[in-house]
Design a protein around this ligand. Structure first.
Ligand code: FES
Length: 50
């Protein structure tokens, strides 16, 4: 597992864990980080993970 700190636009940090080889988007979604909707599941079609 890899430990990450994701920071919201407003500055709120989120300490999360991710498996090696997974995406930052998936780590954010798996840990319910606000603002990362990822509606298309990482298919590069929606832009809601940016
Ligand atoms: S989840 Fe990233 S573009 Fe849709």
């Amino acid at each position: 597992m890899i430990r990450l700190t994701l920071i919201e636009h407003g500055g709120t940090p989120h300490e999360v864990s991710a498996s090696a080889g997974s995406s930052l988007m998936q780590a954010a979604v798996d840990n319910a980080v606000p603002g990362i909707d990822a509606d298309c599941g990482g298919g590069c079609a929606c832009g809601t993970c940016h």
